[in-house]
Design a protein around this ligand. Structure first.
Ligand code: NDP
Length: 291
């Protein structure tokens, strides 16, 4: 039987709708909307597109958007000073510094300067710790979006054998922490894993976050498994153009999986939606509002 295709675009629209309702309620009770500040340093074309999309969607859900576009030669000290200013600004509830930063800037130092309660990317060590010990926190956006999509396939993830391929700080590790919180039995695979296909075949829920085009093949998939493809890889397409593919060989894996996310149109659209959701959560954390 063909797999259920999990439509990330549609689910992201649902998340944004809920965020817009939350924002309306906040405006009614607190008099002003949450604010998200995005800092872009330099001219990276992909980053410019992301930042533009983030700002547009922030305004669409009724939040305040603050954009800081700085030249590539901006010093580390100047960026740190800006982050400190945003930390102190009560109208700014979320701060996102767009990566990658220019080479002369210590990205870790910048990210660690963001107030953890405004760290809507969820990368600050304090938030990483809070996630692993199960405290309320700001969770990285891509794993959050991936977990929401997985829950579109089954009502509860509890008890599932989950395999996450990839152990990066921005996707693999927080994904594993989130799935553990959902009471999955979690295996984290990586480049040194022995018999990766065999490990994947144990998965009721397989999350691929590797960065290798179509690494995961049909015979790696347990029949009926939920497959969440985080990978975004640009490869040569037809007529000299390029196309996007995931880390999963989509067509063949869709023949075996129970549910699967496409690329594009799967996890990708969820990331900004979850960023907006995190900004509402950040506002609530700062104001001491319970969920
Ligand atoms: P990283 O390069 O930081 O991490 C990749 C991980 O994959 C590493 O843990 C690495 O293992 C593991 N890996 C590499 N090769 C293999 C292999 N042959 N077998 C098993 N594991 C392997 O990537 P990210 O986590 O940042 O991103 C992963 C993918 O997700 C990329 O395609 C990226 O574009 C995409 N992405 C998509 C987002 C979205 O919004 N949808 C957001 C962020 C990322 P080891 O640790 O041993 O080196």
């Amino acid at each position: 039987m063909a797999a259920q295709i999990i439509d990330g675009k549609a689910v992201a629209a649902e998340v944004r709708k809920q965020v817009a309702e939350d924002v309306k309620a906040i405006v009614a009770s607190h008099g002003s909307a949450p604010g998200l500040a995005v800092v872009l340093v330099g001219e990276d074309p992909a980053s410019k597109v992301y930042v533009k999309n983030k700002a547009a969607q922030t305004v669409e859900v009724g939040m305040q958007s603050f954009e800081y576009k700085l030249p590539a030669e901006t010093s580390e000290h100047e960026i740190l000073t800006l982050v400190q200013r945003l930390n102190a600004n009560p109208n700014v509830n979320g701060i996102l510094v767009q990566l990658p930063l220019p080479k002369h800037v210590n990205a870790e130092k910048i990210l660690n300067t963001i107030d953890p309660d405004k760290d809507v990317d969820g990368f600050h060590p304090t938030n990483v710790g809070r996630l692993w010990i199960g405290e309320r926190t700001l969770v990285p956006c891509t794993p959050t979006g991936s977990a929401i999509l997985a829950k579109k396939a089954v009502p509860s993830l509890q008890g599932l054998n989950a395999v996450v391929i990839g152990r990066s700080n921005i996707v693999g590790k927080p994904m594993a922490a989130l799935l553990l919180r959902e009471s999955c039995t979690v295996t984290v695979a990586h480049s040194k894993t022995k018999d990766l296909p065999g490990v994947c075949r144990t998965a009721d829920l397989l999350v691929a976050a590797v960065g290798i085009p179509e690494l995961v093949k049909k015979d790696w998939i347990k029949p009926g498994a939920i497959v969440i493809d985080v990978g975004i890889n640009r490869v040569p397409g037809e007529n000299g153009k390029t196309k996007l593919v995931g880390d999963v060989a989509y067509d063949e894996c869709a023949e075996v999986a129970g549910a699967i996310t496409p690329v594009p149109g799967g996890v990708g659209p969820m990331t900004i939606a979850c960023l907006l959701q995190n900004t509402v959560t950040a506002f609530k954390i700062q104001k001491g509002i319970k969920d």
